[in-house]
Ligand binder design. Sequence first.
Ligand code: PRX
Length: 650
Amino acid sequence: MTETADHRDSYPPSAEFAASANADAALYERASADREAFWAEQASRLHWHQPWDQVLDWSDAPVAKWFAGGRLNVAYNCVDRHVLDGHGDQVAIHWEGEPGDSRAITYRELLAEVSRAANYLTELGLAAGDRVAIYMPMVPEAVVAMLACARLGLTHSVVFAGFSPTALRQRVDDASARLIITTDGQWRRGKAAPLKEAVDEALFANGDVPHSVEHVLVVRRTEIEVPWTEGRDLWWHETVAQASPEHEAQPFDAEHPLFILYTSGTTGKPKGILHTSGGYLTQTSYTHHNVFDHKAGQDVYWCTADIGWVTGHSYIVYGPLSNRATQVVYEGTPNFPDEHRHWQIVEKYGVSIYYTAPTLVRTFMKWGREIPAAHDLSSIRLLGSVGEPINPEAWRWYRDVIGAGAVPIVDTWWQTETGSIMISPLPGVTATKPGAAMAPLPGISALVVDEEGKPVQRGETEANGYLVLDQPWPSMLRGIWGDMERYRATYWERYAEQGWYFAGDGAKLDADGDLWVLGRVDDVMNVSGHRISTAEVESALVGHSGVAEAAVVGASDETTGQGIVAFVILTAEAKDTGTALVDELKAEVAREISPIARPREIHVVPELPKTRSGKIMRRLLRDVAEGRELGDTSTLVDPNVFEAIRATKA
Ligand code: PRX
């Protein structure tokens, strides 16, 4: 450990790790000497049915074309080629079910399963370009379903299985999905919770307004009873499982749409982030190889995300499988049947690379170090963090307690929109600092600028730095599904003059020039690494007949990063209903959006702080929620409203 100029500890890589690391410092030089040649070299790690004519076509900015003219099949790259290369017997997925059942699936078996699914989806009449919604827990068939779509050029839209029927319906309608793939139910802490039922609820919602869905394909997982619509609903085991395991993958254009993934923005309507094939796979594969130092056939890799989020797409499915990883996929929660579960899994499979979110690290800290200490974690040689800033204390605990005080930690900054990791240390190269994402990866360019776009100076305080990406990158989003105007307005308007992508995050450079991402600067909250918009929660609250007005803010939370705090004004009829209504409102938000969006606190207030133009001043509400001194209140219509709001908090 060494002290750097601004007195933060720095952890250089061990000589031993550096000697056998996939990455070396020359990567940065090669990338900056010729960015396009560098990305072409990365793309060559994949199998192309037809090579590209042009690495990058940015003439239609901000919609990029990468590897234009090239043709490939994403699933072929993730499965077939490993079998053809003689690795059919290597385990692709060590799947661990929550109740304790498990399955090892080799690449050969994965190929057969993906082929069966592809054959059956074809039999259903689905063709390249059609959309398929996937609403499934972490079962192997979820990965198979995604790969089968990729294989056929179907665009998948995975909807987190914790989302409500309303949220599912909204996403199904937005993308006009022809098929929904789901399970009968999902295991949650020893109980089978219905899921197919939620699909039915979604499809019969809105007074049975017509929808695009022709079939619902159901995997049996929990064996609970399910509602059934003859002709529409199909059992996976009666259809897919009976189909032929032989299927020849056809190539698709590098820019063929691979998936849509919805994420929260600053309005109530989620954005369907669109990703395409060649550039996306190139960068997920490259980053997985270098950032995780992954060695095919040797490492056992475990990313604890859910396929419902982008981390599951890029670092459970596409990145790792393209690199012939052997990985753990776990169905359940970290504390079922008890808090030892993750470490038992690490021991059982000899996990060597472990990638999780800071919120979970902080939860482990709360549970106590004696829990991991009861297990042999010596197989772990690299740790990763994603989803929110990791506080230095959690970083050190992670390294000391889980990483034996020795292994590198990669703090990876990226977004649903970026598709792959953008800013991260390179293990074996970077001397890391607790809490810093450090620097853009080779091939990636990022700046920290002020409101006007002027680069901020090193060592400047956190005041006003914004993170921007000033060069296109292969796995960048290609738009917002059905709303290209919103795409331009959300990401490209703020720095239109310079042509930069605005990430929505605040950032700073320390005295050494290393980059620290500080969190969102817009009305998006980050709760346990999940992006939730204040507007979405507000709209769920005002959807309740007892609420006249609502304002929602994210307040710091020791475990979850941010917690949701709502301020509501009740309707005249609902006044005097007291705490029962507050509980009901929390339940309503969980029902309307997802349990992850359930507010931590709801305060009934007589008034909300507004500017003369009627805008709610969230900044001041955040001050109240966090018990801080109030910031500038001079633009408020009625500065006294805070006395009343404070009184309700006391
Ligand atoms: O605010 C940043 C935060 O998560 C946001 C992206 O959320 P999402 O699209 O859901 O993707 C999460 C998984 C990639 C970012 O705008 N974020 C993500 N990683 C980090 C982070 N903030 C700080 N440090 C990180 N390593």
